[in-house]
Design a protein around this ligand. Structure first.
Ligand code: PLP
Length: 395
């Protein structure tokens, strides 16, 4: 980062790319009309919306009518999960993993209030759901199964095609939250075999507040919002045209750069990880034994409070995250690490480093210079008082 700071929180959000700003500016400057209006301005906006939909469909290898633009990952997940279940018979089962993002997990759990049956599958210590256990849960009367492509806290990548095949074999619709994937994993929807897939622009260089849901033609999906008939009747509300143009530009760039970025960033992440493990005692890499995104390192430092470590690193110029991104200004205990069976002492000291395509060797070197002393400092007995005080303030 040119500010001298080192941004290692790309799983929380990514900076807008310059190409994206240009694409958004172009639309905002002279074409930002309502695509549903019948006049020339509206028709022009509708043309731009159509072209953005075609471009998104082409990156994903799907038909344009299968793309619904939304306000982001949360809404895409809600639409896939609640929208599918509300089109299913009352009492139907809805299956997800215990490591899902809350946008899926909480939506699944709340469907119990509407008379559906949530089934939350455990994950192993590697963060994976067991494919056989997953298949067994897809009993007749299951409306939907949802398992994320890549976990936002640990980076653990799910063998999605195997789960999608199991679901298809049992006639169960399968959704995947692919919000963390676009920069690093292939997004060829047909080879993944999923029925629905969620994306969020701000995780791959696009703007916040815009996303999309791919839903296979013929998917039974009730809108979760009430209003007009936009987005093929699946998502009411005037489309965020500039945001959509920015997202599609970012998606194309992510796809074009994926192979190079994955190889380069993966090496940097491995260097960070081996550096941490060789210079800091009592540390573990969470999900380290599983196939993971190349940009995430979730490490636990025994005897250290993650909020205190986050703040100490922030003071030293390094932006990271503790557990999952916090919604209220203080990190919440990680349900993902708990689901993986981590003991509290490891959960309490978990930090997520998430690299981006512009992260460089110097930045990783600098983090490795800073980290051992910062951790040692927080482990000194005299730091314990500060740690518990911090805990009280956050609580
Ligand atoms: N799903 C995953 C895996 C995420 O990482 C996030 C964001 O943290 C979301 C869903 C929610 O996306 P958004 O911030 O666009 O609502």
């Amino acid at each position: 980062m040119n500010s001298g700071r080192i941004y290692l929180d790309n799983a929380a959000t990514t900076p807008l790319r310059l190409e994206v700003i240009d694409a958004m500016r172009e639309v905002a400057a002279d074409a930002d009309y309502n695509p549903s209006s019948l006049h020339a301005e509206g028709r022009r906006a509708a043309g731009l919306l159509d072209s953005a939909r075609d471009r998104a469909a082409s990156v994903l290898g799907v038909h344009r009518s299968e793309i619904t633009f939304t306000s982001g990952g949360t809404e895409s997940d809600n639409l896939a999960v609640a929208g599918t279940m509300r089109a299913s018979a009352k009492g139907s089962r809805v299956v997800c993993s215990a490591a899902e993002h809350h946008a899926v997990l909480v939506t699944v759990e709340r469907l119990a209030d509407e008379g559906y049956q949530p089934i939350v599958l455990p994950v192993g210590s590697d963060g994976h759901v067991d494919v056989d256990a997953f298949s067994r849960e897809l009993e007749p009367g299951t409306g939907l199964a949802s398992v994320m492509y890549a976990n936002n806290e640990t980076g653990v990548v799910t063998p999605i095609a195997a789960l999608a095949t199991a679901a298809r074999g049992r006639g169960v619709a399968f959704h995947t939250d692919a919000v963390q994937a676009p920069r690093w994993l292939a997004l060829d929807v047909r080879s993944l075999g999923v029925d629905m897939l969620s994306l969020s622009a701000h995780k791959f260089g696009g703007p916040k507040g815009v996303g999309l849901l791919y839903a296979r033609r013929g998917s039974a999906l009730h809108p979760v919002l009430s209003g007009g008939g936009q987005e093929f009747g699946r998502r009411p509300g005037t489309e965020n045209l500039a945001g959509i143009a920015g997202m599609v530009t970012a998606l194309e760039l992510a796809a074009a750069e994926r192979a190079e970025a994955t190889a380069r960033v993966g090496q940097l992440r491995d260097r960070l990880e081996s550096g941490i493990c060789s210079t800091v005692p009592d540390v573990r890499v969470n999900g380290g034994e599983a196939d993971r995104l190349p940009n995430i390192c979730n490490a636990s430092f025994a005897g250290v409070d993650s909020a205190a470590l986050l703040m100490a690193l922030d003071l030293a110029g390094v932006a990271v995250s503790a557990g999952s991104a916090c919604t209220s200004g203080s990190p919440e205990p990680s349900h993902v690490l708990a689901a993986m069976g981590l003991e509290p002492r490891w959960r309490q000291g978990a930090i997520r480093f998430s690299l981006g395509p512009t992260t460089d060797t110097l930045e990783i070197g600098r983090v490795l210079e800073i980290l051992p002393a910062v951790v040692a400092d927080l482990r000194r007995p005299s730091a314990a008082g500060t740690r518990s005080e911090t805990g009280r303030r956050d609580g």
